[in-house]
Design a binder for this molecule. Sequence first.
Ligand SMILES: [Zn+2]
Length: 301
Amino acid sequence: MRANSALYYRHSGAVGIVGPLFMLMLGLAAALVLGGIYGVADWYSPFIYLNFLLTCLLGLAVGIAVGLAAKWAKVRNSLITLVIAGVCGLAAVYAAWITWIAALSEFELVTFGPLDLASVIQMINAKGAWSMKNWTPTGGSLWVIWGVEAAVIVGMAAYCPRMVLGTTPFCERCERWLDDSVTYGPLHATANHQQIVTDLEQGNFNTVHQLLKVPDGAARFREVVLTACPTCEDLQLITVRTINIGLDKEGKETRTIDNIVLNLLLTKHQHTALTQHFDQLPAAVPPPSPVAADELPHIQT
Ligand SMILES: [Zn+2]
């Protein structure tokens, strides 16, 4: 799909000096507080499913905190964000160990130092700390369980800033995120996926112009998203995506989004022409409902 990546928006990679420090401070604060609460909750949780839910929530919350800090501090570097979020995830795991051991010992043993903590963890691992259906995991199996738990927290923390930052572009000239886009749709999903990519990459908008509106309620349709910096003429973008509406096992509506082109760069002139075209697109004509023959108007000949 990305035959020519120069045609698409990419983050500049700029981070500044304050940005990473701010992300680290906010991320670590969230990690230490939430990790500490998690450690206690994890020990007292009566259900294994609740433990797993709490594990995911901890990673999610730390990742979102780092993502919000990255957005506020205007950090446009995915790798730096990933590394800082991963470090904060590790800090959450560390804080969780401190309070978990404290809770397990009825708050008689509170260990902060990494070496002391490691030797206490080794002792607990040899004896086991909890049982499930007459099985008390120790040694290798307990290391695996703890390893998976830590991996879920660090992995989710590292991944979740993407949920906050998403694919939002940033105008380097005006130093602002372009959060406001105009979405046109639902549009016909008939045009060939690859044809749309090829045409748009060649600056040919004919295929996109042929996307007419469809009535609301379609199970599959397309959307055209136009984004532009409101204060300069440096950055204009188009995204074309297919939306599939389905039902899950419980009958709840699901929505999957398949980006055909994502943030393709446009000139100011192209953006203006596309905006005018889609602003003037006629409303969808609903399909004719079947009419009984005797209800048809009588036409005199
Ligand atoms: Zn701008």
